[in-house]
Write a protein that binds this ligand. Structure first.
Ligand code: G3H
Length: 214
C-alpha cells in the first residue's frame, strides 16, 4: 500500500532564535534529524509483493532547511516553490514578540482570524490553501509513496486537507456533522522532529501515525 510521510524540516537556526520566515540553514539538532531520517523512512517502506523496493519520491520546498533535511534520503527529489513556508511579508525575520511590539494591530488581527489574516505584502492561510492546490492534486494523482519535507504552515494545510477528506468519508458513513474544517487548519499541531505517516485505505479512510524521532 501507498504511504505519505509528512515531516517538517529539522530545527533551523531561525527556529532556535524563534524567528519566523527567512531561509536559514539547519542547526546541529536539525542536521542530526536529517541524518537519521533515511533510517526512519526505510524502516517504514511498505513491501511490494515480489520483494522489489517500492518507488518513493521526496518533495521539498525551495528553501535551504527542507533541502538540507531531505539531502540524505536515497530517492528521487522534486522541489516545489508552492511548498515554501507562508510568506510573512513585513514580519519576515521577526519573533512573535517583536511583531506584537512593532505591529500591534497586525498581531491582534491575526489572532482574531488566523485563517483569513494576510500579512502586509505576504500571505494568509487561505492564500496557502489556494497555492497548495496543485501540490495536493499531484499528490492524489501520484500512485507512489511520497515523503513531503515541508514547513509548519504548509503541512497544516496539507494535513488538514487530508483529514477533512477522511472526515468527509466518515460523514458519509456515519452521518457526522463536522465543524468547518478550514477554520481548524491554522492551529493544527505539527511537531518538529516527528514523521507523520499516512496510510490511505481502500475504503477512503486514512491511517495516521506520529513517529517521534529522538
Ligand atoms: O514561520 C512560520 C510558522 O511556521 C507559521 O506558524 O502560522 O502559527 O505563525 P504560524
Amino acid at each position: 500500500a501507498r504511504r505519505i510521510w509528512l515531516t517538517r524540516h529539522g530545527e533551523s537556526i531561525y527556529n532556535q532564535k524563534a524567528l519566523i520566515g527567512g531561509d536559514s540553514s539547519l542547526s546541529p539538532n536539525g542536521a542530526a534529524y536529517a541524518e537519521v531520517l533515511p533510517e526512519v523512512i526505510l524502516s517504514r517502506l511498505p513491501k511490494s509483493a515480489d520483494g522489489t523496493p517500492v518507488p518513493v519520491s521526496v518533495w521539498t520546498s525551495t528553501l535551504q532547511r527542507t533541502i538540507q533535511t531531505a539531502a540524505a534520503l536515497p530517492f528521487a527529489k522534486l522541489r516545489w516553490k508552492a511548498l515554501d513556508e507562508i510568506d510573512a511579508g513585513i514580519c519576515d525575520g521577526m519573533t512573535y514578540a517583536q511583531i506584537a511590539e512593532k505591529h500591534p494591530a497586525e498581531y491582534e488581527a491575526r489572532k482574531k482570524d488566523k485563517l483569513r489574516y494576510r500579512y502586509p505584502r505576504g500571505e494568509s492561510y487561505l492564500d496557502m490553501i489556494a497555492r497548495l492546490e496543485p501540490v495536493i492534486s499531484e499528490m492524489e494523482r501520484e500512485g507512489e509513496s511520497i515523503v513531503i519535507v515541508g514547513h509548519q504552515a504548509v503541512l497544516r494545510v496539507i494535513f488538514g486537507y487530508l483529514m477533512a477528506q477522511h472526515q468527509a468519508v466518515l460523514r458519509v458513513i456515519f452521518g457526522y456533522l463536522m465543524a468547518q474544517p478550514q477554520a481548524a487548519i491554522p492551529s493544527i499541531h505539527i511537531p518538529l522532529h516527528t514523521v507523520i505517516e499516512l496510510t490511505p485505505r481502500p475504503d477512503g479512510t486514512m491511517g495516521v501515525e506520529y513517529i517521534p524521532v529522538p
